[in-house]
Write a protein that binds this ligand. Structure first.
Ligand SMILES: [Zn+2]
Length: 205
């Protein structure tokens, strides 16, 4: 059939977050099975969703060059679809690693707020280990050596120090698996910009 079947389609989850890229072939299958809807930008800058029948009608009403002809019908190739089958982001926990803690804390000492080379940063137990502080996302932060020395075996409160932000488990980047090093279609821009702005920076890959 048509090479349009291999065209890339941006996949959004139900929160309208970009999660993947698939081929038009896959997108049309998902659409036909009722697992996805087409997301289409209208002239006024808003977005409409279409299920398979609606999209089929729309394809007929407004013929477009990027259409696939089959024996029985003709359907326009979508550029963006939204999955109906997943409520959440793909479940991928960020591994609890030294690297990912540095990533989460953006190489910034969580006490003085300065950025350091990784080799000049320690990992600090906020509540000291021998006081029952766990080794967890919520209790481990990056600390520079002077701050680490000053804090020693005390809680931040005892040391008169304050964390610049509360440590927590990072959420996985919604758009992590997609390599954007290629030219993408104009209709993706809105969602990619959203993905860009919604990504918490410095979270682990
Ligand atoms: Zn410091």
């Amino acid at each position: 059939m048509s090479s349009y079947l291999n065209q890339q389609v941006l996949v959004l989850n139900r929160l309208w977050q970009a999660v993947n890229i698939c081929t038009a072939r896959r997108a049309l299958t998902l659409l036909f099975q009722g697992h996805a809807q087409v997301v289409f930008g209208t002239a006024d800058g808003s977005f409409r969703t279409f299920d398979f029948c609606e999209w089929h009608d729309f394809s007929r009403q407004e013929p477009h060059t990027e259409s696939i002809h089959t024996v029985s019908f003709k359907i326009r190739v979508p550029r963006v679809i939204m999955l109906l089958i997943f409520d959440r982001l793909p479940k991928k926990e960020v591994k609890f690693t030294r690297l990912n803690i540095f990533e989460r804390d953006r190489n910034t000492c969580q006490y003085c707020g300065s950025i350091f080379d990784r080799r000049d940063l320690n990992l600090d137990h906020v509540i000291p280990r021998d006081r029952g502080g766990p080794t967890s996302w919520e209790n481990i932060v990056c600390s520079c050596i002077p701050c680490n020395t000053r804090k020693a075996n005390q809680t931040p409160q005892e040391a008169g120090m304050q964390l610049i932000r509360k440590p927590k488990r990072p959420k996985w980047r919604p758009f992590v698996q997609v390599n954007l090093g290629f030219h993408y279609h104009e209709s993706w821009k809105h969602f990619l910009d959203l993905a860009y702005w919604n990504v918490e920076l410095g979270e682990g890959l």
